[in-house]
Design a protein around this ligand. Structure first.
Ligand SMILES: NC(=O)c1ccc[n+]([C@@H]2O[C@H](COP(=O)([O-])OP(=O)(O)OC[C@H]3O[C@@H](n4cnc5c(N)ncnc54)[C@H](OP(=O)(O)O)[C@@H]3O)[C@@H](O)[C@H]2O)c1
Length: 298
């Protein structure tokens, strides 16, 4: 399988070390997040696995330690569907960490049946966009203090099918799981674009990443037949480790060779959709996100 994959997806590699750096990876207990955490740990970074299920998080800590015995990895509880949990996580980080160089907003829920977060937002918009928006807002002082620092937002090529439905952000009138996912992934691109303008002067840069089509549990909400079909073509999907490559590219590449606010795919700068380049929508989404969360982020 790996041989077929290596023919389809040429491998990217870098030997840059990250000793003395601290990173947070959300959704690090499985899939792309877990492989991102593993790669960061191998490079010597201190890695905080932000997981909603601590038992799963601790298992990954043990797995990484068995491979890299001196790894500096810890698991911390974070449920991005609950603003109280996000506040507690951020408070814990301020109490325990002196610096934060990389915030990797990786966690995601994809194409689930309709449900809402603890605060009443549609789940995919709530977790994939709002939860990470709020987390980044709360951790911004630490990122500024640790500058140069970077935020990496996991988006998807599916953002190109997205539209921000400002009239019904909670999807109360009409819910379609694929549309809601695409909206949330477009929100990741627009958030990246708008945040870059505000934080570049502070030394905090931000990148949106499309990991490609990766063999993970991301399709857990799909019906059996569709999951079966995807499994049949598994060799055409990236492994989770390869899925982490573009994230790691944005972590280790020299700042002058990256473009803050940009969209990256297959370990290089890529063009996002026209909707993803719409500064008016990005600004409106920013204002709406602040309004929904009751925060002021200028
Ligand atoms: N796989 C792909 O083909 C693909 C393609 C494009 C973009 N992406 C994006 O890449 C990112 C990683 O995806 P993946 O493929 O690795 O998916 P995955 O295997 O399903 O992992 C998703 C991670 O997010 C966590 N998560 C979900 N809801 C959460 C919440 N409320 N609070 C905290 N963590 C939560 C999950 O935790 P639990 O284990 O507790 O559920 C899990 O750790 C996502 O943002 C996804 O949209 C993936």
């Amino acid at each position: 399988m790996q041989t077929v994959r290596s023919l389809v997806f040429p491998r990217w590699s870098s030997d840059v070390r990250l000793d003395g750096k601290t990173a947070i990876v959300t959704g690090a207990n499985t899939g792309i997040g877990k492989e991102t955490a593993r790669d960061l740990a191998r490079r010597g970074a201190r890695v905080i696995l932000a997981c909603r299920d601590m038992a799963k998080g601790e298992l990954v800590v043990q797995e990484i330690l068995s491979e890299v015995p001196l790894a500096k990895v810890v698991a911390r509880q974070l449920d991005l569907s609950d603003t109280n949990s996000i506040c507690q996580f951020a408070e814990n980080i301020y109490n325990t960490e002196k610096a934060l160089h990389f915030l990797i907003n990786n966690a995601g829920v994809a194409m689930c049946p309709y449900s809402t977060t603890a605060d009443g937002y549609e789940m995919q918009f709530g977790v994939n966009h709002l939860g990470h928006f709020f987390l980044t807002f709360l951790l911004l002082d630490l990122l500024k203090h640790s500058a140069p620092s970077r935020v990496i937002n996991l988006s998807s090529a599916a953002h190109a099918m997205g539209r921000i439905n400002f009239e019904d952000l909670a999807s109360l009138k009409d819910y379609h799981s694929v549309k809601a996912y695409a909206q949330s992934k477009l929100a990741n691109v627009l958030f990246t674009r708008e945040m870059a303008k505000r934080t570049e002067v502070m030394g905090v840069t931000v990148y949106a990443v499309d990991p490609g089509m990766v063999s993970t549990d991301v399709l857990r909400h799909f019906g059996r037949p569709l999951q079966e079909m995807v499994r049949r073509f598994n060799c055409l999907l990236k492994s989770a480790a390869d899925g982490a490559s573009t994230t790691m590219y944005c972590v280790v590449t020299a700042e002058q060779d990256l473009s803050t606010g940009g969209y990256y795919s297959n370990c290089k700068r890529a063009e996002c959709s026209r909707a993803g380049q719409d500064d008016g929508t990005a600004l409106k989404l920013w204002a709406m996100s602040c309004h929904l969360l009751g925060i002021r982020w200028r």
